[in-house]
Design a protein around this ligand. Structure first.
Ligand SMILES: CCCC(=O)SCCNC(=O)CCNC(=O)[C@H](O)C(C)(C)COP(=O)(O)OP(=O)(O)OC[C@H]1O[C@@H](n2cnc3c(N)ncnc32)[C@H](O)[C@@H]1OP(=O)(O)O
Length: 251
């Protein structure tokens, strides 16, 4: 089982279950996420959609480089566009969404979390938009979302540094909404989400419709998918191939 969907008190919790790969996203996880979002959007008992990673090490280490690293040309572009479509759907989800960053978040793992309305991180988590060190850029719409959600200079700084940051630094730049205790992690994120889950579905959906207006503009959608197309071009570059070598040698 690569991922699972559970329900707790109005919260649909989607967990990526690949701790041995630090919860890297492969095609099976994409499919599971798509199904989970469809179910959670349609289920009137669900008030909040939350995403986390299995185990105590990682939220999500991004795209599965052992599976995606072999993709070239059209295949790479299709993979990036497919996940981009999913993150766009998550960005415009009709109910509040939250990334429960329970450990390391790297690359596409940060893009996944950026698509959510809120990001709560477990203390000690390391978070990095590291794509720039791999000879690529954010490939799932992460930069477009970051520029829209954070002050311009802070967003650009994270992308250009392309390095793992502490949870405290990510809170200071506005990416993390709250750092929660490692010992009381499960209790604390439930406490944080309980007031949202207590609201009526019609109130939640009305606020999310208002929030979603800016993401639905033609301008934003074009920028979002143009970003993905640029990453697809870099995917076949020598710099990216060299960065992938350690992963490809193993698989
Ligand atoms: C496609 C959109 C753009 C992207 O997402 S590009 C991918 C960006 N992500 C990365 O570059 C992250 C690469 N991974 C890392 O830096 C580290 O593994 C990480 C996440 C900091 C965790 O470090 P540690 O806790 O020390 O664990 P580790 O390095 O020993 O890894 C444990 C096993 O997990 C594997 N793994 C980690 N991230 C992966 C990934 N993204 N794709 C495929 N496999 C991945 C890693 O190879 C290792 O496997 P093994 O046990 O040696 O067989």
């Amino acid at each position: 089982m690569e991922a699972m969907l559970e329900h707790h008190d109005g919260i649909a919790l989607f967990t990526i279950c690949r701790p041995e790969k630090r919860n890297a996203i492969n095609f099976a996880v994409m499919e599971a996420l798509e199904e989970a979002m469809e179910q959670a959007a349609a289920d009137r008992q669900v008030k909040v959609f939350a995403i986390t990673g299995a185990g105590s090490e990682a939220f999500c280490s991004g795209g599965d480089l052992s599976e995606f690293g072999h993709l070239r040309g059209t295949e790479a572009r299709q993979m990036l566009m497919r996940m981009g479509e999913l993150l766009y759907r998550l960005l415009t989800f009709p109910k509040p969404t939250v990334a429960l960053v329970n450990g390391t978040a790297m690359g596409g793992g940060c893009e996944l979390a950026t698509a959510c309305d809120f990001r709560f991180a477990k203390e000690g988590s390391r978070i990095g938009f590291v794509q720039g060190r791999l000879g690529i850029t954010t490939g799932w719409g992460g930069a477009s979302m970051l520029f829209a959600k954070l002050p311009y200079g802070r967003a650009l700084d994270l992308l250009l540094r392309a390095e793992p940051m502490t949870a405290e630094a990510m809170e200071a730049c506005g990416w993390i909404d709250a750092i929660l205790s490692a010992e009381r992690w499960h209790e604390q994120w439930r406490e944080r989400l309980a007031p949202y889950a207590a609201r009526s579905l019609s109130v939640l959906q009305a606020y999310k419709a208002a929030a979603g207006e800016k993401w639905r503009t033609t301008w934003f959608r074009e920028q979002f998918f143009a970003e993905i197309a640029r990453c697809a071009e870099l995917w076949g570059s020598d710099e990216h191939e060299q960065a992938l070598r350690p992963f490809l040698r193993k698989n």
